[in-house]
Design a binder for this molecule. Structure first.
Ligand SMILES: [Zn+2]
Length: 424
């Protein structure tokens, strides 16, 4: 028995769009047409709702293996499904670090058996993420690694980064770069500026991000390799990327909702919930990131979903871990910040959260077409709701979005034709 969505509006950046019925059968899209007969299908009345290709999040921390008190593959992908995500790339800073074929295989096998989303591991650039010896890129790629990154920490040694880019280029893989100069940021809790002064603690200067983005843009130009800049948070970094793209350098970039919706001021109100790396910045930076998202300098929107235990986030600001969860709020946050104010159409948002990231990483995702996989999300772009972290599918509750009223809600998610989430 198939699932037939009737009376909805299809918003499909890379294919047929408009008032369309969509029929899913045997895990695939069987038909897309203005009116399809019900036959013996399960009918979902999508009147007033919108069907999008399943979202693709290329920056998620699932914490599995080894840190499963924070999150695991079952709960993390369940949170993804609740956020409309059908394909995700997970970062390698687990225990052990995902730097071996065994760990890549462990993640893929576990996701296939207990996952509610398609999971593709990102393998580490360096063994143990220690920043020295390169991992075995070709073996990891063959095992299924979707990209390479030492995310969580920067690759500080430029010679190592250059070697990594050359190795990645040989297999047309992308290196995702966490851009903060480790010597300038240490384990500091917030942006360097008026909030760090007010709190009397050292901060992370924005130049620490800019300088690393500049270095890796130069390395991308020199090697011809593809660099993807993770979670861009500064005006300076956005400007460097904009200029690099204009010169034809193979650099792409992502950001997260917090960087175009929030500023460092939130630390005073939300404390450790607003601690994240790179840190929330100034209003000038926030506006620059928003502009870069809208003009295409920043290609895609990710969550950097980074779950932590309540006890860890209960520590003092300077000792708590950095990061916030995002999978269950990202779509609504983006609708609220980008679509509602008229900065972006829902179609452009679907491109930023699905079609474009899928294309950047060569994934079979990001569009809905007959004969393609039935990865889709049904959303109500008008529904308002208040974020209640206690209701999250994630094990973690560390979000600064708690209590915020957002517009846009995920109503149902299908991954490979299977219902992975529903709230109808
Ligand atoms: Zn990172």
């Amino acid at each position: 028995m198939g699932i037939l969505f009737q009376n909805g509006v299809l918003v499909n950046p890379d294919g047929l769009s408009g008032k369309m019925d969509v029929l899913c059968e045997d895990g695939m899209i069987a038909a897309i047409a203005p009116q399809l007969p019900a036959k013996d299908h399960r009918v979902i009345d999508a009147a007033g709702k919108t069907i999008l290709p399943g979202l693709v999040d290329v920056h998620v921390h699932l914490r599995d293996p080894g840190l499963t008190e924070k999150e695991d593959i079952a709960t993390g992908t369940s949170a993804a499904a609740a956020g409309g995500v059908t394909t995700l790339l997970c970062m390698p800073n687990t225990r052990p670090v995902c730097d071996s074929v065994e760990t890549v295989s462990y993640i893929m096998d576990k996701a296939a058996s207990v996952g509610s989303a398609r999971v593709l591991p990102i393998a580490a650039v360096t063994v143990g993420q220690h920043g020295q010896a390169l991992t075995d890129f070709s073996a990891l790629r063959r095992a299924g690694a979707a990209a390479f990154s030492d995310d969580g920490v920067p690759v500080m040694n430029a010679a190592v980064m250059r070697a990594a880019l050359l190795a990645a280029k040989a297999m047309d893989a992308v290196v995702i770069a966490h851009e903060e100069d480790g010597f300038m940021v240490g384990n500091r809790a917030c942006n360097e500026g008026k909030i760090s002064e007010k709190l009397g603690i050292p901060g992370r200067p924005s130049i620490a991000e800019d300088i690393m983005v500049m270095r890796d843009v130069m390395l991308a130009e020199e090697t011809g390799a593809r660099v993807h800049i993770a979670h861009v948070s500064t005006k300076g970094a956005a400007e460097i990327i904009r200029k690099a793209k204009a010169r034809g350098i193979a650099v792409t970039a992502e950001t997260c909702p917090q960087y175009f919706m929030m500023t460092e001021n939130l630390l005073l109100e939300k404390g450790t919930m607003a601690r994240v790396n790179p840190p929330l910045r100034t209003e000038t930076d926030r506006r620059a990131i928003l502009e870069a998202v809208c003009d295409g300098t920043i290609d895609c929107i990710v969550t950097d979903h980074a779950p932590h235990c309540a006890a860890e986030k209960a520590r003092p600001l300077t000792q708590a871990p950095s990061g916030m969860v995002g999978l269950e709020t990202s779509f609504a946050a983006c609708v609220s910040a980008l679509v509602q104010p008229g900065l972006m159409t829902l179609e452009a948002l679907a491109a930023k959260m699905s079609t474009i990231p899928a294309a950047l990483f060569g994934l079979d995702a990001g569009t809905l077409r007959v004969g393609g996989r039935a990865d889709l999300v049904l959303v109500d772009p008008q529904e308002q709701w208040v974020v209640d972290p206690a209701a999250f599918r994630s094990k973690a509750r560390n979000t600064p979005f708690g209590g915020m009223r957002l517009t846009g809600r995920v109503k149902m998610t299908l991954c490979g034709g299977k219902i992975t989430f529903q709230d109808l």
